[in-house]
Design a protein around this ligand. Structure first.
Ligand code: GTP
Ligand code: MG
Length: 240
């Protein structure tokens, strides 16, 4: 998908750059191509439209069109806006809280939460030099807690011992005191998968948040999700 987008952009940019002078119609045509390429790359219609609306007045500015290298200037404007759209700053994981720093992973069923919990734990241990404890709050799917325990064992990451039948809010409280006792600096809470319309489970997220007050809540989404990820994120945000 990205390769396709890159190729399309390169095509548009090279024809803009080649032109010794540009008129409004040429810039317009270039922007239409960019909009089309964004849509084909599964960028949502609203985002693509907004993007073009931001770029257009800048690219059509008289000082651009009359300049000696108008194509290069248009390319720079598009580039700057793309950087802005994708997030100009890189936010690091927020570890800014009194340890044990609580973080939570949420997402739809089977999106990869449990696997990502272990990957994230490994990352935090290796790169941030923090002692991590992983905690499964998935009391619904059989063997879900065992799945996390086994990942912990394989990768040498601490997990909270499982107590059958304990409810998520109680597991959270037990996790915090266990982390205080065993010196874990970060607790990663792996939550149960949801189908999004399951109001009862969504309100459970709210309850868990109330108990642990996470510094970060990570939404885990399958890379094939596409633009639906945005509405999934909004849905989760609504309940947290
Ligand atoms: N190819 C691939 N498979 C993955 C990745 N992450 C997870 N999986 C697989 O996807 C399946 C679901 O992963 P889990 O981590 O159990 O997903 P989950 O969101 O915890 O699932 P539930 O708790 O049942 O909602 C498993 O078979 C994983 O091995 C990944 O990055 N790439
Ligand atoms: Mg899971």
């Amino acid at each position: 998908m990205f390769e396709n987008l890159t190729n399309k952009f390169e095509e548009i940019f090279s024809s803009l750059k080649k032109a010794p002078s540009l008129d409004e119609a040429q810039v317009d045509e270039g922007l239409r191509g960019i909009r089309q390429a964004l849509l084909e790359a599964d960028v949502s219609l609203d985002v693509a439209k907004d993007f073009i609306e931001k770029v257009k007045p800048k690219a059509l500015g008289q000082e651009i069109i009359r300049s000696t290298s108008p194509g290069d200037m248009v390319v720079k404007i598009v580039y700057d806006e793309l950087v802005d759209l994708l997030g100009a700053t890189n936010n690091d994981i927020n570890l800014n809280a009194v340890p044990p720093v609580p973080m939570m992973l949420v997402g739809l069923q089977g999106s990869g939460k449990t696997t990502t919990t272990a990957k994230l734990a490994k990352f935090l241990e290796n790169n941030k030099k923090k002692k991590v404890m992983m905690v499964s709050l998935d009391i619904y799917r059989p063997a879900a807690q065992e799945q996390l325990r086994s990942l912990g064992e394989q990768n040498n990451i601490l997990t909270l011992p499982i107590i059958e039948g304990q409810q998520p809010a109680d597991i959270c409280r037990r996790a915090i005191s266990a982390a205080n006792l065993n010196g874990a600096e970060i607790i990663l809470f792996d939550t149960a998968g949801r189908t999004q319309i399951d109001l009862q489970m969504m309100s459970e997220i709210k309850q868990i948040e109330g108990v642990i007050n996470p510094t970060e809540t990570f939404l885990v989404a399958d890379s094939l999700t596409g633009q639906v990820a945005a509405s999934v994120a909004k849905e989760f945000k609504k309940y947290s």
